[in-house]
Structure formats: C-alpha cells, structure tokens
Design a protein around this ligand. Sequence first.
Ligand SMILES: Cc1cc2nc3c(=O)[nH]c(=O)nc-3n(C[C@H](O)[C@H](O)[C@H](O)COP(=O)(O)OP(=O)(O)OC[C@H]3O[C@@H](n4cnc5c(N)ncnc54)[C@H](O)[C@@H]3O)c2cc1C
Length: 599
Amino acid sequence: MSEYRAPVKDALFALRHIGELEQLAATELYAHADLETVTSVLEEQGRFMQEVFGPLNASGDREGLTWSPEGVETPAGFKEAYAKFVDAGWQGLNAHVEYGGAGFPESVFAVAAEFETAANGALTMCPGLTTGAIECLQAWGTEEQKEVYLRKLVSGEWSGTMNLTEPQAGSDVGLCTTKAVPQGDGTYMVSGTKIYISFGEHDMVDNIIHLVLARLPDAPAGTKGISLFIVPKFHVGDDGAIGERNDVRCVSIEHKMGIHASPTCVMSFGDDGGATGYLVGEENQGMRAMFTMMNSARIAVGIQGAALGDTAYQKALAYAQERRQGRKIGGDSKEPALIIEHPDVRRMLLFMRSHIEAMRALIVYNAAAIDLSRALSGDEAELWEETAELLTPVTKAWCTDVGMEVTSTAIQIFGGMGYIEESGVAQHYRDMRIAPIYEGTNGIQAMDLVGRKLGLRMGGVVNDHLAKIRAVDAELAAAGKEFDSIRTTLSEATESLSGVTEWIMTNGMADPIQALSGATPYLRIFGIVTGGWLLARQALAAQAELDAGSSDVEYLRAKITTARFYAEQYLPTAAGLVPSVQAGSSALFEVDGAALASV
Ligand SMILES: Cc1cc2nc3c(=O)[nH]c(=O)nc-3n(C[C@H](O)[C@H](O)[C@H](O)COP(=O)(O)OP(=O)(O)OC[C@H]3O[C@@H](n4cnc5c(N)ncnc54)[C@H](O)[C@@H]3O)c2cc1C
C-alpha cells in the first residue's frame, strides 16, 4: 500500500459542478456515465492505483531501467502491476465502445489519469502514450487498422508510442528528416532516428505500436510535407498473430533527472533496409493526425501538475502534522509546536491546496468541453470545441508551471529533509520537471495561446470565456459577505485579463514580436484568472450544498475557505503581471546576443 490517497470526493465535486456530469449523463453518448456509476468507477480505480501502482513508485525510481540490445527491462514489479491494469480493463476507460473501450467521458478519464499519475507517474507514461495512440487511430485509422491495432491498444495488451522528436527537430517538428518510401504495395519503408521516445521499448507488452512522423521522397518542406505511419515492433499477420520483428530498435536509453522508470529511448528505424510502415490518414497530412494525439497528450501533461502536486501535498501535510519546531506565536506552551501551527507553513499548505483544486477544476473543465463538443450537436457543440481549443495550451502550461511550484513548496515544508531523497518529495519535484518541457514546451504553448487561440473567431472565443467569468459576479454578490473578497478580486483580475487581451490583439497584429515577447506572462494571467473563476464557482456550489442541509460541513467549508485564500492572495497577482506583458520586446533585443555573456 502506498501513502497516496486518491482524492475521489474532491474529483467528484469538480465533475459535478465544473464538469457538467449531469448534463453529460443526459446525452445519448454518455448516458451510462451517471453519478452513481462514475462514483463507483473512480472509487475502484483510485483504490487500484493506491494498492497496485503506488507501492512501486519509489522503488521504480531507485531501481531504474536496464537496457540491452535485446530490449529494456522495467523495474521489479512493473510487469505484474501492468498485467493487473490490463486485466482490470483500465486502459480502455475513455476509448470507443465498438473497439472494446468503456466509452466514459474525457473528464472522468482525466480524473482517473490524475490518480494514476499521482500513484506512479513514470509507469503511467506507458498507458498515457497508448491513450494518445488510441485517440489518433480512432480518428484517423482505416477500419482494417482499427481491427488489427486499435483493439489490442484499447485492451492494453499492446502499447503505443509517439515518435516526433529527432536530434534536429524538437519544437520545430517540420525539420523532421525520417524517410518513408512507398513500396508500391500500400506499405512504406521507414528509415531514420527518433530521440527521447517514451516507452519506445520495454518488457510489459507483446507488441509496441509506434506512431511515426516521416517524410515522403517528394514531400514539400516543413510541416506540410509530414505524414504519419504505424510502425509495429513486430509484424502482425492477417489473423492478428504476432510475426517477425520489424526493422526498428531501441539503440539506447537516456539517463534522466526524473521519471527514472520511464524509458526515454533513441529509436533507430531501418538499420537493415527499412522498417515497414502503414500510412495513417492521407499523405502529407500527418500533422493533422498527430495533433489529435498531441491535444490529448497536452491535457495529460497538464494532469501531471495536479497529480504530482497532490501526491507531494499529501506528504507535506502529513509531515507538517508531526514535525515539531519553534514556539506557537501567541501560545504559552514551552513545548515546540507542530510546524503546521506556524503561519508561514499554513500559507505554503494553502498555496498548494488551493492551486491543486484550481488545476483539477481547469483540467476537468477543459476535458468536459471536449465531451460536450462530442455529445451535443450544432452551434452548442462548436462553442464547446472552441473552448477546449482555447484552454488546452493553458491547461498544459499553467498546470505544469504551477505543478513545479507546488512540488517545490512540498520540499520547503520538509525543510532539509525535503532535499534528502528518503523523504520521497524530492522524487515528485524531479519527476515533475519534464512536464513544462515535453508535449510542446510551455514557451510554445504560450505562443499557441497568443498567436493562434486568441484569434479564434476573431477574438470571439476568448471574449465568450471572459463573459462566462464575468457572469459569476451576480451569484457572488448574492452569496453574502463571505464571498465579498472573492467577488472583488475576481472582478479586478478579470478586467486585467480583459485589458491585456485587448492590448495583445491590437498590438499583435501590427507587431507580432511585441505580443509574443509577453506570451508567457500572459498565459500565466490567463491561468490565474481562470483558476480563480473555477474555484469561485466551486465555492458557490459548496455554499449551495450547505444551504441545502448537507452534512459534509467540514469539507464544504474548507472548499469555500480555500477559494477565498486563492482569491485574496493570488488573484491580485494577475494585475502585477500586466506590465510584463505590455513591456514588449525592446529590452529583450536591445543587447546583442554576444553581449549577454557573463563577464
Ligand atoms: C523525458 C522525455 C520524454 C520525451 N518523450 C517524447 C516522446 O515520447 N515522443 C517524442 O516525440 N518526443 C518526446 N520528448 C521530446 C520533447 O517533446 C522535446 O524535448 C520538446 O518538444 C522540446 O524539444 P527540444 O528538446 O528539441 O528543445 P528545443 O526545441 O531545442 O527548445 C529549446 C528551447 O528553445 C525554445 N524554443 C524553441 N523554439 C522556439 C520558438 N519558435 N519560439 C520560442 N521559443 C522556442 C523552447 O521553448 C526551449 O525553451 C521527450 C523528451 C524528454 C526529455
């Protein structure tokens, strides 16, 4: 049993009040996802993660992986835990029912993914990548590809990977040089090297289905000339049986700062003439198909912020309740006090708790927007799809930046002991550090928000988002005195976001470099305000439950206080970031690159 406890109650609260669970369950697509069913699924999944994945987290980190030319050996217990995961059917939780999935909403899956990641972030990378491959094949695979590959991915018997990165093609995927040569029989010979491929090789499954970006011989330059291929580790016969090995190998694995139990592989395709690949979607349309996978993966990476933040918070809280140092301010006891009695430690704990709840709510809202875009039709569906598009870079970047701060704060609460590996919190910080980098760095996410998403429907999408935030004001006004500070700070922060959005839209057209220079602080403001709005909505929902006579007084009161803390201490920081956005680029480029050297 691990120490991690899946926060099922709070996740259900977010699903009910932010994730529109009731509305989703009223649709044909998600009629099976009623509250009772979702509750029992999440309770069971949370228990499974606590008992099966969780206990291997620290040992997997210590033991790491073993590479040999034959393959990659995962740490002790991983194979068995993964087999139990497959048997329990957790891989297919959100996959299409016709291919063996359970067809639950993305928002329910997001919460389950949080529990899984919090229990064991490194091991969860494997099913996480498989989920991306499933989404991609569901959307773009042929019927035959779905029959051959999708079913086995949905069951978890085989795993999936995402092969984008090459030594010269990182953020700029358009520089990809991996080749795919048509063989005249519908297949392609794929050759090239991919780096940093998560779970590119491992011993937990019988076959690995690589989704690989490559370029046809006559392809146009850049992202317009990229195609997507299935390259299985082992060929698959017409009867579905595993055959000969394909010409793809893991030639080494990286030694990393964190996620030690997740193999990060250098993959070589075509050392012996060429790996057989099968086109997914159309030629030169690979980026469109890959984006299906990347959007789901970006939310999954955002989830890492909430998940690792929460597991670190649980440890820090327990430590603060047993470590004694210093006297209680204003107390008359001569005994050292528990550190949780000190205002600064309280502040750190509430910083962590409020941001975890804000991240969880943002993730659920983003995922529910995808669900509603699928379950509804016409204009309504389109509006939700736009919301999901707008929010995805914020979920990815804000939640991972905040996740770094939350895991770092856990170390601070432990004091010196936090820096010592034995405490376990150092691992969460190390594991977290990759999340602002992969799946498009947070800098790239900020550029996506400013450069593409703000312009959606000529600014209509972001304005709709701001209008929804403003709409909560009347409810806050009616909710009584306790909600006054939430109301004031949310309103002020929203006007800061609105003003700076307008500034970016006006100046960005004339001078994109001005707008992009402030993209990162802009995304931060966006995250702070959206997080504050979602906490305010949850506080109102908690008050409504109290007014209706709920007996869960302690939990509901804590929701309101947590939202108030965030509103009073963090919403005001949004205004402070506005000058950073509007400072533009002049100071950034005034000094020549060479002159930036230390002297
Ligand atoms: C542990 C791990 C697992 C990974 N798993 C996978 C995987 O499964 N599959 C896969 O394909 N890849 C994977 N990656 C690769 C990862 O997605 C890339 O590292 C990431 O996209 C960044 O690319 P890069 O490392 O080449 O950095 P670069 O692109 O060289 O970026 C360096 C810096 O420059 C900035 N930058 C670059 N271009 C711009 C720009 N146009 N404007 C502003 N700033 C810019 C970046 O934000 C960053 O700060 C993994 C990486 C790691 C470390």
